[in-house]
Design a protein around this ligand. Structure first.
Ligand SMILES: [Mg+2]
Length: 123
């Protein structure tokens, strides 16, 4: 099995930027555009890490991470939040919701890879 990363973001451009960078770094990418898809893919494909946009339709990232951390199969998967609100306290709120780390948007593709490698040191 390849080293799959789940990219969940409702913005197609953001998904493409993250996916291209991850694929160039040798990862397989699974893509979701809302929280429901993210949970389904996380349960069925068990990615090694999840990049999760917090602002998404249907089920947002805040709700999705809370669910992911209660499901036995997905609880142990590191979740890195993508947040557009680089506001004081947002990192704390993301961690309280269950995220393991966060990246504020906009960010360079290199930053995403750097952060993923912090969590997956074998890559
Ligand atoms: Mg969004």
């Amino acid at each position: 099995m390849g080293r799959a990363i789940l990219v969940a973001d409702d913005d197609a451009d953001n998904r493409t930027i993250a996916s291209d960078a991850l694929q160039a770094a040798g990862f397989e990418v699974l893509a979701a555009s809302d929280g429901h898809e993210a949970i389904e893919l996380a349960v069925s494909r068990k990615p090694e890490l999840i990049l999760l946009d917090l602002s998404m339709p249907k089920l947002d990232g805040w709700q999705a991470v809370r669910r992911l951390k209660t499901i036995a199969e997905t609880r142990g998967i590191p979740v890195i939040a993508f947040t557009a609100h680089a506001m004081t306290g947002d990192d704390r709120k993301a961690r309280e919701a269950g995220c393991d780390d966060y990246i504020s948007k906009p960010c360079l593709p290199g930053k995403i890879i750097e952060k993923v490698k912090e969590w997956l040191p074998r890559s």
